[in-house]
Design a protein around this ligand. Structure first.
Ligand SMILES: Cc1ncc(COP(=O)(O)O)c(C=O)c1O
Length: 413
């Protein structure tokens, strides 16, 4: 029995049943979905909310006086308020809807960094980053003459705050890092790093793609300047996410795309721009996506983020113990503070072959470099297999994974 009250009320089987796709079969076997870090599945309530919007309320937003347009606008702006509450942003003016984490980071690189950076200025990243938090900075460095610097990782897959302290200097303009590593699961101390960066006058962007599904994020407590995340990793639809930005910074940034909705007036001589957050939302937005994102937040709230976190941490402990007992298996990324993500290799079997054999057993894991090639380089592996857990994961999924790994070892023995 688990004594923790939050956990003891958590019924993983019931949660699992909320996700229609999870009861399908794959290759004649029950699906065991352990690839939620790439994209999580959607509960029936999210699917129904999007369906209801499409069937009953769809029209373009912000522009119409007719009933449907007002309903769609209300639902879209309600979604913005739900996103604000979800991460405790100071105001809905700070909540910009984007296509997701990647677009949010590119927005900051092009609209905040590009006009400000000068030759020799430094952008500080970490060795843990997803390509989405590397390439936009390389592009802007090329455009401005700025330099990308990297805080190294250690053999457990952690970054040392002392290294941040050493590498942040008076030339550092931007410090950008993941809240949680997608490849290894490592959780970074956002508040501490932000304080160090702010003390030297740098602006902080946090890639929250892998944090928001697993733990409560309070942006006013964390204090970072920009925070990016995607709905599809937190039980919502694809093609929608958010950039949360400090209002004073967003207000001073030029628009990043031009078009409808982001303007107040347009003439061929001069265009004036809309207020925040609309200044950064050119064109017709992903309205049904926003509705789905709000429904995903409602769903998370219905389970309780704390209960989800406890459940996943328990699974992480069990999975780590059971996987460590598999002969020839090495876990890559052993930081004490991890989200429920386990990267591993199995002696004598390439991760891609492993992924294929596991799939024949109905077990879906991700194999490859996880869009984090520098992490693979650091550990000297071309790829890993990665099992990632979500609110709907069950202990039996871990047993199915371990059994399928046994089959893979037999095939290759
Ligand atoms: C840590 C991290 N950052 C950024 C991204 C990119 O997210 P998206 O493809 O939704 O823009 C991902 C997706 O895997 C991720 O895990």
């Amino acid at each position: 029995m688990n004594a923790n009250p939050a956990y003891s009320s958590y019924d993983a089987e019931r949660v699992w049943r909320d996700f229609p796709i999870l009861s399908r079969q794959v290759n004649g076997k029950p699906l065991v979905f352990l690839d939620s870090a790439a994209s999580s599945q959607r509960p029936a309530s999210v699917i129904a909310a999007v369906d209801e919007y499409e069937k009953k309320h769809h029209a373009n937003v912000h522009r119409g006086v007719h009933q449907l347009s007002q309903e769609a606008t209300n639902m879209f702006e309600h979604a913005r308020e739900r996103v604000r509450e979800f991460v405790n942003a100071a105001s809905t003016r700070e909540v910009i809807f984007t296509r997701g984490t990647t677009e949010s980071i590119n927005l900051v690189a092009q609209s905040y960094a590009r006009p400000r950076l000068q030759r020799g200025d430094e952008i500080l990243l970490t060795g843990l980053e997803h390509h989405a938090n590397i390439v936009p900075w390389q592009l802007v460095a090329e455009q401005t003459g700025a330099v990308v610097k990297v805080v190294p990782i250690n053999h457990r897959g952690e970054v040392d705050v002392a290294d941040f302290s050493r590498l942040i200097n008076e030339r550092t303009r931007i410090v950008a890092f993941a809240h949680v590593s997608n490849a290894l699961g490592t959780v970074l101390p956002v508040r501490e790093i932000t304080q160090l960066a702010h003390a030297r006058g740098a602006v902080v962007l946090v890639d929250g793609a892998q944090a928001v599904p697993h733990q409560r994020v309070d942006l006013q407590a964390l204090g970072c300047d920009f925070y990016a995340f995607s709905a599809h990793k937190m039980y919502g639809p694809t093609g929608i996410g958010a950039l949360i930005g400090r209002e004073s910074l967003l207000g001073s940034m030029p628009p990043w795309q031009g078009g409808g909705d982001m303007i107040l007036t347009v003439s061929f001589e001069k265009t004036t721009f809309n207020v925040l957050p609309f200044k950064f939302e050119a064109g017709t937005p992903n309205i049904s996506g926003a509705v789905g994102m709000a429904a995903a937040i409602d769903y998370i709230d219905s389970l309780g983020m704390h209960a989800i976190h406890e459940h996943e941490q328990r699974l992480l402990k069990i999975a780590t113990r059971k996987l460590e007992a598999v002969p020839g298996l090495t876990i890559i990324g052993t930081a004490p503070d991890k989200a429920a993500v386990i990267s591993f290799t199995l002696d004598g079997i390439h991760p891609h072959d492993l992924g294929t054999i596991l799939d024949t057993e109905g077990v879906a894991v991700r194999t490859g470099h996880h869009c984090a090639m520098p992490v693979m380089d650091f550990f000297g592996v071309p790829a890993t297999a990665r099992a990632s857990f979500a609110c709907y994961s069950r202990e039996s999924d871990i047993d199915a994974l371990v059994a399928a790994l046994g089959k893979a070892r037999e095939v290759f023995s």
